[in-house]
Design a protein around this ligand. Structure first.
Ligand code: NAP
Ligand code: ZN
Ligand code: ZN
Length: 348
């Protein structure tokens, strides 16, 4: 065991504070990574504050948008060497035996994936701890190659916000024949906008105010709707083939469905606290549907990183020292983030 400096939540209603954790000694198929940057996902807030049905485990070290440099590799590690720049996303283990693991859908492992934090390592009571930390030990198979020429601070949010939006857009083969709505222009939403735009779609952003309008156009939006402006709403009713719904809070889902055209589909990735209230009438009228999507597989994450590298697609980030993490949580909840906080881990 090695003691490692981190920031942890010890209870749901208390701020995060400095905390020392124990990392396991490396196994033959592990790599040990010095963490350089870690993005701040809204899921970190939901989990640190125990907002999902009492599923939080304390002490909790959040963080699953990790970029770092490999400092040590186990004896059986083949694909990664000391000095490589790497990423770690939302999960660090899967059963590697089930139908989904054997068909490139390891993120939907039938045994349940081991999350980067707020999980137990398989068959143990060892809690996993995430990226708000100086270093992390991860099995080689769950580590993503990051080209070292990438802007590393900006690359961090790709490991969750990036893959979570890339995966459903790719699954439904979004292209220049589609009109795609992006509901919520936060960390996930702005990446969904950039990807949908790069795939050639006609993109409309649905936001709760006018404040992000200019930036939405700069990021590739073709249209912008303040959902509280009835004229703008009217112009886009019954018009979208797909809506990528990234909203982190409960709200009137009937309004979201109203923007879909016949046979349109909501791709749901946002995870509000309460169950969604969906009227049957929202679905039967014009045969509309809704489908959920969680992150993406390891191979798809690698594909997404390579795509971003090739196309020069990056999140918009605000770099913060770890001492500002509690403020960053509050600002994210208040929709005051443009568009992802990333922690500079040299400040820990
Ligand atoms: P975020 O940066 O806080 O963005 C959420 C956006 O939702 C806000 O910027 C805001 O957009 C909009 N919003 C917030 N409250 C709203 C309300 N009451 N009504 C309408 N819109 C509202 O969060 P994020 O990190 O992108 O995460 C978004 C959600 O996805 C979270 O619930 C997170 O847990 C979940 N998530 C899911 C997965 C997955 O695998 N499916 C992965 C990562 C995260 P505007 O300012 O434009 O109005
Ligand atoms: Zn996340
Ligand atoms: Zn499996």
């Amino acid at each position: 065991m090695v003691k490692v400096k981190s920031y942890a939540a010890l209870q749901p209603d208390k701020p995060l504070d400095p905390y020392n954790i124990n990392r396991r000694d490396i196994n033959p198929d592990d790599v040990n990574i010095d963490i350089l940057y870690c993005g701040v996902c809204h899921s970190d807030i939901h989990m640190a504050r125990n907002e999902w049905n009492n599923t939080s485990i304390y002490p909790m070290v959040p963080g699953h948008e990790i970029i770092g440099k490999v400092k040590e590799v186990g004896s059986r590690v083949k694909k990664i060497k000391v000095g490589d720049t790497v990423g770690v996303g939302v999960y660090v283990d899967a059963c590697e035996k089930c139908n989904n693991c054997n068909s490139g859908k390891d993120h939907y492992c039938e045994e349940g994936i081991v999350l980067t934090y707020n999980s137990y390592e398989y068959g143990t009571k060892n809690i996993t701890y995430g990226g708000y930390s100086k270093s992390i030990v991860v099995k080689e198979n769950y580590v993503i190659h990051i080209p070292s020429e990438m802007d590393l601070a900006k690359a961090a949010p790709l490991l969750c916000a990036g893959i979570t939006t890339y995966s459903p857009l790719r699954h439904f083969k979004i292209n220049n024949t589609h009109k795609v709505g992006i509901a919520g222009l936060g960390g996930l939403g702005h990446m969904g906008l950039k990807f949908a735009s790069s795939f050639g779609a006609d993109v409309v952003v649905f936001s709760t105010s006018d404040s992000k309008k200019e930036e939405a156009f700069d990021m590739g939006a073709n249209h912008f709707v303040n959902i509280n402006n009835s004229n703008e709403v009217r112009d886009h009713l019954n018009s979208c083939d797909y809506i990528l719904d990234t909203v982190s809070a409960n709200r009137d889902m009937g309004k979201v469905f109203s923007f879909l055209k016949t046979d349109g589909l909501i791709m749901l990735v946002g995870l509000p606290m309460e169950p969604l209230a969906i009227s049957s009438f929202s679905l039967i009228d014009k045969r509309k549907g809704i489908v959920g999507s969680a992150i993406g597989s390891i191979s798809e994450t690698q594909e997404m990183i390579n795509y971003c590298y090739e196309k020069n697609i990056y999140p918009e980030v605000e770099l913060i020292p770890i001492s500002k993490i509690n403020e960053a949580f509050d600002r994210t909840i208040n929709k005051d983030v443009r568009y992802r906080f990333v922690i500079d881990m040299s400040t820990l």
